[in-house]
Design a protein around this ligand. Structure first.
Ligand code: FMN
Length: 165
């Protein structure tokens, strides 16, 4: 993969990539890792850094890997991997080897792990994590996303590297 100078070199619309094409968020290491599909999230600026925001519900197996790792990756795929992303977004790594089922294999970059099949990888150093709660919800309809009180944890990662095929 080729390293881009920074996230601004990605000319595609990152909102579309996340919301329509979906992404995988991965953490752990090459020997033991997990990945899950996300379609909510953001790439932006905070604290003078290029950052990624990933929103992970407490029950996700991936959360354990996010909590135990200093790095995580957000990766994007060709359309041909949509079924793989469906698998990673409906099955839990807690219950089955969904990574093999999805036909994915790990690659690493330093302490970060990502699926080798990705066409664009954002490597993030975890710099903050915050549990959401409803005290700041101004639009009451937001609460309907949390019928079992499973408020997201927001993981904020400083973008350290962007890799593209
Ligand atoms: C299109 C799509 C988008 C998703 N986006 C998110 C998300 O942003 N945050 C989240 O916590 N779960 C999201 N999920 C659900 C997880 O991907 C799903 O529960 C997954 O099976 C968790 O796997 P794990 O238990 O191995 O971590 C999404 C699922 C799909 C299909």
């Amino acid at each position: 993969m080729k390293e881009l100078a920074n996230i601004k070199e990605v000319k595609e619309n990152l909102v579309k990539l996340i919301s329509d094409d979906w992404a995988l968020v991965s953490a752990g290491n090459k020997d033991k890792w997990n990945t899950m599909t996300i379609s909510w999230g953001a790439v932006g600026e905070l604290w003078g850094k290029d950052v990624v925001f990933a929103f992970i519900r407490p029950q996700r197996y991936t959360k354990e890997f996010m909590d135990n790792s200093d790095y995580f990756t957000v990766s994007f795929f060709d359309e041909t991997y949509k079924d793989a992303l469906k698998i990673c977004g409906t099955k839990s790594g807690r219950d089955c080897d969904k990574i093999s089922l999805a036909g994915l294999t790990p690659s690493s970059d330093g302490e970060a792990v990502y699926p080798s099949e990705a066409r664009l990888v954002i490597k993030c150093r975890k710099i903050a994590v915050q549990k959401m709660d409803n005290s700041g919800f101004i639009d009451g309809s937001i609460e309907s996303n949390y019928r079992s009180g499973d408020y997201h944890f927001v993981y904020i990662g400083e973008i350290e590297k962007v890799l593209e095929k």
